[in-house]
Design a protein around this ligand. Sequence first.
Ligand code: HEM
Length: 168
Amino acid sequence: MIAILKFVHIASLALWCAGLLALPVLLHQYGRTAAARTQTGFSRLRHLTHFSYVAVLSPAAVVTIAAGTGLIFLIEVVDPWLLAKLLMVAGMALVHAWLGHLTSRIGHGDGGYRLPPPLLGLVLALPLIATVLWLVLAKPDLAPWLDRLPALLREPQDRELPPGVVPI
Ligand code: HEM
């Protein structure tokens, strides 16, 4: 079961990462050419970006996250590197959402919409992906870094629940 989930996880994350790197290039290369200002060129750009985002990137992201979450429970891993990895994955999800916003705006916005530099997505996604891969493959011992966090974040505070809150 672990082998199957890992296979699904790695296959879908390869697709998601490839998409996060390719979509900004696609938006940059085609979105700013003269061809994109003709009806045929614009329709082509629209189909290409919309299809990639809706039918490839987003399902790949969901499958990656679902399979990864399954792996956490199967392998029972709760190491600090995993927490750092999830923080980086959250950054990837934000870049994903921003690219979706751009893809949507070029299709549904009025003609006056000026596309922000899509390559910014590439600049943000590349280090995030590289860091995630490093964290998961090297599994560095981040415990000493955790010890530097303020005690408030490291230890239970044993405070009373506020009145009105019903624990599960
Ligand atoms: C919320 C999203 C994710 C979760 C919950 C998650 C969780 C996990 C878990 C629990 C493992 C097994 C670790 C082990 O064998 O000790 C794993 C493996 C792996 N993950 Fe993720 N992951 C997520 C997203 C990603 C992303 C976005 C990437 C790449 C950019 C990635 C790359 C990998 C790789 C390469 C492995 C295989 C590591 C190995 O077998 O040594 N993961 N993931």
